[in-house]
Unconditional design. Structure first.
Length: 374
């Protein structure tokens, strides 16, 4: 099934006649339009059993109309708020259909990510009409549909990772003792853009020495020193899709303690990647990584979930964490990123991402797991 068919199947399953989607990433996914959207949340995707309409404004309408050609989508740039536009469209439809005026005519589904302000605007807009639906809050419906990637998405994810792998190859030849974390970050991000990234998947993390013990350390003026482990977490965005990888490198030499950390993290990563397949839960994957780290003497030293989905957004479903007891499915794209963080000393993380296949887990990331010493 294509994306609209999957959306409508879910709507029919839950008894919703209409679905109101404002989250920009979900609008991008549902429409499949390229070269239309930026970061501004200026759009509404409105899906019914028989129509799919993108309500936008004049800044985007020409590009949207061109992208919609040959698809099941129509574009409407009527100058009105999304709430007023959809209330007008709902009333016009039921008036033409001869439906008796009333309240709660049908289930009208809205995303749980909708702001309170917009929800109130919807209530007000419908209150002015003779026809009003029953507003139904959903539970990450489109986000959950996005968790299983189609072939077009997989192609884009691979393209983003190819840029990221190439940027890693460049940066390990560029880094030198004495450089600051920010200098490395700037070079890495400029390289991804030069290699074809349309954007960064997120702001890159370069964390050296004791800074590496903070998983989301912000690059600063600390200089790379001999004996440091340097955690580098970064990703490119290509054709609207993200990549995500982490590699930890060493400056000059590796202490015995650092080597023990690196070896533990690598074994945790590779052990989990070997066991991932359909039916395995995110909880089981996380717990296996924790078990391997504990066997190496690093129990409780990870502190974060093992992984997350990647797609249009850098963090999507499903997650590999203790809170996810749902089985993984074919088409899920997830990261595997165990880490060990020793406060005041060092940190290490090794992250790949890939796709759940019928037989296991196919890794998109091609960069080596061997520790690089610079």
């Amino acid at each position: 099934m294509n994306r609209l068919e999957r959306m409508r199947a879910r709507m029919e399953q839950d008894g919703w006649k209409d679905f109101y989607v404002r989250d920009i990433s979900s609008v991008k996914w549902l429409t499949g339009f390229e070269g239309v959207f930026d970061s501004e949340a200026a759009h509404l995707a409105f899906v019914t059993p028989n129509s799919a309409i993108l309500h936008t404004d004049s800044r985007y309408s020409d590009a949207a109309v061109a992208a919609a050609e040959g698809t099941d989508w129509t574009v409407d740039d009527t100058r009105a708020t999304h709430a007023k536009w959809v209330a007008d469209a709902f009333a016009a439809h039921h008036e033409q259909a001869g439906t008796q005026p009333g309240r709660g005519i049908c289930g009208f589904a809205i995303e749980d990510s909708l702001s309170i302000k917009e929800y109130r605007a919807l209530e007000s807009a419908f209150a002015e009409k003779a026809w009003s639906p029953r507003l139904v809050e959903t539970d990450q419906v489109v986000v959950k549909l996005r968790a299983c990637k189609d072939e077009a998405e997989i192609e884009r994810l691979r393209a983003a990772q190819a840029i990221t792998d190439a940027a890693f190859e460049h940066i390990i030849g560029f880094m030198r003792e004495g450089m600051t974390e920010r200098e490395v970050q700037f070079e890495l991000e400029q390289t991804m853009r030069k290699m074809g990234a349309e954007d960064l998947a997120f702001s890159s993390i370069i964390a050296s020495g004791a800074n590496g013990a903070s998983p989301h350390s912000i690059p600063g003026d600390k200089r790379l020193e001999a004996g440091d482990l340097v955690v580098m977490d970064f990703g490119a965005k290509a054709k609207g899709y993200c990549s995500d990888m982490t590699r930890t490198v060493a400056i000059g030499y590796v202490s015995d303690e650092a080597k023990a950390v690196v070896d533990a993290v690598r074994e945790a990563n590779e052990t989990v990647e070997a066991m991932l397949k359909p039916g395995v839960t995110g909880k089981a994957a996380h717990e296996l990584a924790e078990y391997v780290l504990a066997q190496h003497g690093f129990a409780g030293k990870m502190g974060h979930g093992l992984g997350h989905g990647v797609g249009i957004d850098i963090h999507e479903l499903p997650v590999l964490s203790p809170r996810n007891e749902a089985p993984l499915e074919v088409g899920n794209v997830v990261t595997v990123e165990p880490g060990v963080y020793l406060s005041g000393k060092m940190g290490c993380r090794l992250e790949d991402f890939g796709i759940i296949t019928p037989d296991g887990f196919e890794v998109f990331t091609q960069s080596t797991h061997e520790l690089v010493i610079i």
